[in-house]
Design a protein around this ligand. Structure first.
Ligand code: HMG
Ligand code: MG
Length: 287
């Protein structure tokens, strides 16, 4: 029997770096992405076309996308909060854009200065233009379990936003546990609700590892048929507008766990180790 394939979306160059206080040079970002391409990732979130005043670390997205060595078959994606971001991402050569909504009203306002409804209206415009131009769109829902400002978030609130994103044309929706509060039970309950309206092949899990529960949450997702997970090389990350948000689950831990449990990821462990070492180095961390 063919081993079950799990797709890992590597978000380190974006989610991993966006919250770093010290500016990481364009050259280092490019080198990191090239190392990730070599490790076999087919989806790399490479940049973010948001306001440089809000997220200075991501201000060089255009230069990053111009500098990388593009590997055939790899999608280099970028975050876009509005049409302006979409246009900039497309012009820079992003193969795909990701729009990001929230299941929590307060987080939406803190993160993108806009209500949930208002953001969905913006994303509708992005999706419409992207469809015309043949650019695939990924959708994120943040705060799928808890909000740093409002506390617990209901599965119904998440379903509403996720279903809207799929309806407007997002090819998949990534469910973000932005501050890492999820337990496996939360994930199962949430997925049982979401799977009523969205098929499993259009759902991804995006876990921040604040309490070290991400791998167990991924296992819960696997148990419900989810086969797409986001992770960040070296476990770097956090969101500047989500106090308490820790790094995304570390990619090498996800790969190790999946392969140990009989899944295949297509990732070259040694090449991933090189990328992880490099990420540690640019963040000035002990490996
Ligand atoms: P705003 O101030 O409401 O926007 O910000 P505005 O339309 O009023 O424009 C104000 C200024 O921003 C103008 O410039 C615009 O040109 C500029 P000024 O005239 O003052 O010089 N502007 C832009 N510049 C560059 N690119 C753009 C853009 N749009 C407007 N696309 C905005 C609204 C959304 C832009 C702002 O709030 C923003 O950039 N927020 C950043 C949000 C962000 O990046 N958050 C982190 C990523 S989300 C995340 O980490 C969660 C995730 O990982 C999943 C999970 O874990 O849950 C995805
Ligand atoms: Mg995130």
């Amino acid at each position: 029997m063919m081993p079950d394939l799990v797709k890992i979306c590597e978000v380190g160059p974006r989610d991993g770096l966006q919250n770093e206080a010290a500016f990481v040079s364009t050259e280092d970002k490019v080198r990191l992405i090239n190392l990730l391409s070599a490790a076999g990732f087919i989806y790399i979130e490479a940049a973010s076309f948001v306001s440089p005043k809000w997220v200075p670390q991501m201000a060089d997205g255009k230069e990053v996308l111009a500098g990388i060595a593009r590997k055939k078959g790899v999608v280099y994606a970028a975050l876009a909060p509005n049409l302006m971001g979409y246009d900039a991402a497309k012009q820079a050569g992003a193969n795909e854009v990701a729009v990001f909504a929230s299941a929590s009203e307060t987080f939406s306002r803190k993160n993108i200065n806009c209500s949930i409804e208002g953001s969905l209206a913006r994303y509708e415009l992005v999706c419409r233009k992207a469809a015309k131009e043949g650019v695939p769109v990924r959708g994120y829902v943040s705060c799928v379990v808890a909000c740093p400002y409002e506390g617990p978030v209901t599965p119904e609130a998440v379903c509403r936003v996720a279903a809207s994103l799929i309806r407007m044309g997002c090819r998949e929706v990534s469910l973000g546990d932005t501050i890492g509060r999820a337990t496996p039970d939360h994930v199962t309950v949430l997925l049982d609700a979401i799977l009523e309206v969205i098929p499993p092949e259009k759902i991804a899990g995006h876990f921040h590892d604040t309490y070290g529960r991400s791998l167990d949450c991924i296992r819960a997702g696997l148990g419900r048929g989810i086969r797409i997970f986001d992770s960040s090389v070296g476990g770097a990350g956090g969101c500047p507008f989500a106090p308490g948000a820790k790094g995304n689950v570390a990619t090498h831990e996800v790969v190790q766990m999946l392969e140990a449990e009989g899944f295949t990821t297509g990732i070259d462990a040694l090449a991933l180790q090189e990328a992880t070492k490099f990420m540690d180095r640019i963040l000035g961390r002990q490996p």
